[in-house]
Write a protein that binds this ligand. Structure first.
Ligand code: AMP
Length: 144
């Protein structure tokens, strides 16, 4: 299993630094975020070190995703939050600070003031079709 001695989440996996663990199995660990955006804010990580989601083997990504519904349900029940955001950042341009794949489960309440800019735009004529074709081609030529 690959680990990175300089990675804070690998150090949590190894037990070298403490974390408020709420769930673990042989491939996945979930714990409270140390800087919560809301009470109950969880991080869900693979034990093995991968910096970014697209670098993960699909079966490990599946094992990680499989844990999310139960964890989300538990957080909703305990916090009483009616909703939550699932957030997964890749690259510092996307807000990733810790270079070890993690899903945030962030409880949401009415009027909590959390949010982000959602600067929706639109495609000029033909551009969506071009992107559709190119992404389909990329999928057809990259190993899944
Ligand atoms: P991201 O910006 O998606 O990389 O998020 C990294 C998250 O990791 C932040 O929300 C931090 O609060 C959280 N974090 C960093 N160090 C720790 C730690 N030792 N224990 C728990 N959460 C941490």
């Amino acid at each position: 299993m690959q680990t990175d001695p300089d990675c804070v989440f690998c150090r949590i996996v190894a037990g070298a630094i403490p974390a408020a663990r709420v769930f673990e199995n042989d491939r996945v660990l979930a714990f409270l975020d140390i800087g919560p955006l809301a009470e109950g804010h969880l991080l869900v990580i693979p034990r093995e070190h991968y910096a970014r989601l697209e670098q993960m083997p699909p079966d490990l990504a599946g094992d990680l995703a499989r844990c999310l519904p139960d964890l989300a349900r538990a957080v909703l029940r305990v916090t009483g939050a009616p909703g939550y955001n699932l957030l997964q950042n890749n690259d510092r341009t996307a807000g990733q600070v810790v270079g070890h794949v993690h899903f945030h489960i962030i409880p949401r309440h009415d009027g909590d003031g959390l949010g982000y800019r959602w600067n929706a735009s639109s495609y000029p004529p033909g551009r969506a079709e071009e992107l559709q074709r190119r992404i389909r081609d990329a999928l057809a030529t990259s190993p899944a």
